[in-house]
Write a new protein. Structure first.
Length: 93
């Protein structure tokens, strides 16, 4: 999945972290905009979703920022909760 995501336009960050016990994986993804995230979801659904769901039990799925209405609808189906930005900055832009 990482190699495929590396070639997708608009994928800015695509990282996986695992805890010391090897039981919990934390995923951090960042996209340039909602269209890039939607394109990634389409590829993910076509290529990896069935295998992924057999291996991973999603416990928490939090989306930060302001996804488009279409992206919000898709992510809600996956159990996402949403947090809107209200303060702070990022020097990565």
């Amino acid at each position: 999945m990482v190699n495929v995501a590396r070639g997708e336009p608009g994928v800015l960050i695509y990282e996986r972290y695992i805890d010391g016990g090897g039981k919990h994986v934390h995923i951090y993804e960042r996209y340039s905009n909602s269209l890039a995230a939607l394109a990634h979801l389409k590829t993910f659904n076509e290529r990896f979703a069935s295998q992924y769901s057999e291996l991973v039990e999603r416990k928490v799925f939090t989306v930060f920022g302001a996804p488009s209405a279409e992206l919000r609808r898709m992510l809600k189906k996956l159990g996402a909760s949403f947090c809107e930005h209200f303060a702070g900055f990022c020097r990565c832009r």
